[in-house]
Each structure stands twice: as C-alpha cells, then as structure tokens.
Design a protein around this ligand. Structure first.
Ligand code: NAP
Length: 315
C-alpha cells in the first residue's frame, strides 16, 4: 500500500527515496549473477546516463551488449569508462541514429550479419528538443526517436528476436507521459504552439499506449514487450533539458543505476514478466491517473496505423 501511495504522490516515489523504500521490498528478486551469460542485448543511447548504466549492468550479468549510439566517439568513451570498472565486460559500440529509417535499417543489417540472435533490445534513447524539428524522413524528432525508430528497429530484428528462447523488448518511457493524452489527431505536433515538455510527454504516452498492441504483435516471436519509467534521475540529459528542475531536486534525484534497475530486471528476470504492461520499480503500474488522458481502443488503433504506415509496415 505504501508503494501505491508513493506512486500517486509522484515526488517521493520518483526520487531516490522511493527507490530506497521499494528496493527493500525485493531483497530476493535480483536476477542471478549469470542470468544473461550467452545473451546478446542491444541498448540504444548507451553512451550516457541511464542507457550507459543499463549497458554496464547487462554486461555484469554476462550479456554481450551492443551499445547503439549516434556518436561513435562518445560511445567509445563510455565503453572505456565501463571497462575501467568491469574489464571482462563484453561491450560493442555500433553507430545508430534511431530517429532515421535508413540508419536503423543499416544498423539491424550489420547486427544480423554478426549474430543469429538478439535476446533483448532496450529502447532507451531519448530527447527533448527545445524547438520543433524534423528528421530527414520528415517526422517530428521526438516521435521519430521515441516511437518510430524503436518500432522499426524491432520489426526488422524480429527474426533475430524469434531465434532467442525468451526475448524482451523494453521501451524507456517517462512519468511525464501521465500528463498527456494520446495525440491521435496530431501525432507529428504540427498544430498549436510547440512546447518541448509536451512533445516529449506525448510521444512517451504513445510508447505506453502502443505497448499492448506491440506485445500482441511480437508475441508470435515469443517476445515480451514492456514499457517503463525510471523515476527522476540525475543524468546529462536531465541537466540539459530541465536545468532548473535539476537544481531544485538534485538532493533527491536517483542515480543512473537506480533509474536503470527496472530495465535490467525486465531484461534478465526469470520467468519472463507478462507482456504488454507499463512498469516502474519492478511493478506494473497504472497507465492513467486522470480521466482526461484516457482513450478508446479505436483511437489507439488510429495512432498505431499512423505509426505503422510511417515506417512502412502492415499494421
Ligand atoms: N533522467 C530522467 O530523470 C528521466 C526521466 C524519465 C525518462 N527518462 C528517459 O530515460 C532515457 C535516458 O535518458 P537520460 O536521462 O539518461 O538522458 P541522456 O543522458 O541524455 O541519455 C540519452 C541518450 O539517448 C541518446 N540519443 C538521443 N537521441 C538519439 C538518437 N536519435 N539515436 C541514438 N541515440 C540517441 C543520447 O545520445 P547523445 O549523447 O549522442 O545525445 C544519449 O546517449 C530517455 O529515454 C529519457 O527520456 C529519463
């Protein structure tokens, strides 16, 4: 019950205090130290913040981790930093701008040429651009980064995920998505005044809304799909996007490892968690706290059809 209260009151639950309280609830629930030996995992945006922490923890559990980054130099530097603490970690840096269709296709082709199987993809890469911008493919940047690129990457990797015995796909959403309804009439944020936090939260809402649809779709490949939010963590991304918020809350922010915990657990826990749910601190959580954000199945399917057509897959 205290866990639920923490969730509803937001600030304490999302902070390091919430993590400290909840982690006492799962003393025996950590995946075993060899949980991912032999597994190949992909983490996007793995050169910084939460993604880097996820990469380090998955490697610690024995996985080969493909660090998918848009800047190879930053990726190599993150890899070196992780190796300094874990010299045996199996970390591979691969370039991939997840917001670009061609880049994502090229990335999956390179991975497929190297490995017959992917056990998990953690779609962690995230952005909050201050002004509205579009990718070369003509899509609004947060939509392309948080939704279109990750779905395309997973679609292309389906044969590789199907080759694993218990594959997982994890989307890193945000508690900010609770503030926004599904932008079904304007998924590309073409209308109205652009606000960075709104664009961010809308596309994080789309991730959560589509999770049951994708869970069902990719269940054919034996793949579990989960979306999660990490709470509030002190990362380079937060410092850049929300500097004032960071200054005010710094003493209570999670560190990147605490924010990464649920993604690592969802990837490595056995038996696999149920598919299609939204998670925070190793528990599934409600997807709405306000009536105003609710949507019908038909409205959700409309957004799904838009996204599928944008990346060229049959819904
Ligand atoms: N920190 C928080 O409190 C918080 C709260 C809720 C949700 N989240 C989510 O957690 C995830 C990680 O955020 P963070 O706080 O760790 O921020 P971060 O330090 O800025 O990390 C974001 C990562 O995503 C990468 N990235 C951005 N666009 C990309 C693209 N098109 N292709 C490939 N990589 C790309 C960045 O690469 P570059 O270094 O090249 O920019 C960076 O490595 C994000 O999805 C964020 O929305 C964070």
């Amino acid at each position: 019950m205290v866990d639920d209260v923490l969730d509803r009151t937001i600030a304490p639950g999302y902070s390091s205090l919430g993590f400290a309280f909840r982690s006492r609830l799962w003393p025996d629930d950590d995946p075993p130290p060899d949980a991912l030996v032999g597994a190949t995992t992909v983490v996007t945006g793995a050169n910084s913040g939460i993604g880097k922490a996820i990469a380090g923890s998955l490697a610690q559990l024995g996985a080969t981790v493909v660090m998918a980054v848009r800047d190879e130099e930053r990726g190599e530097s993150a890899r070196r930093e992780l190796l300094a603490g874990q010299p045996d970690a199996d970390l591979v840096v691969e370039r991939c701008d997840v917001s670009g269709r061609a880049e994502v296709r090229d990335f999956v082709a390179r991975i497929a040429a190297r490995t017959p199987r992917i056990d998990a993809i953690v779609h962690n890469a995230g952005v909050m651009p201050p002004t509205r911008s579009q990718t070369r493919d003509g899509h609004e940047l947060t939509l392309a980064t948080h939704v279109l690129g990750p779905i395309l990457m997973t679609e292309l990797a389906r044969p590789l995920l199907a080759a694993a015995t218990s594959s997982r796909v994890v989307f890193m959403s945000s508690g900010g998505m609770y503030t926004q309804p599904l932008p079904r009439a304007d998924p590309e944020y073409r209308l109205g005044r652009y606000r960075a936090a709104t664009a961010y939260a809308r596309t994080k809402r789309i991730q959560v809304a589509l999770t049951p649809v994708l869970g069902e779709r990719w269940s054919e490949d034996g793949c579990v799909v989960a979306t999660m939010h990490p709470g509030w963590a002190d990362t380079p991304g937060l410092a850049q996007s929300l500097p004032r918020f960071r200054t005010m809350t710094r003493a209570f922010l999670r560190n990147a490892d605490q924010a990464a915990d649920t993604a690592v657990w969802l990837t490595a826990t056995s038996p696999p968690p149920p598919s299609g749910l939204f998670w925070h601190d190793r528990r599934s959580r409600p997807t709405h706290y306000r009536q105003a954000t609710r949507f019908t199945e038909a409205q959700r399917d409309e957004v799904w059809r838009y996204c599928a057509s944008a990346i060229g897959v049959t819904p």
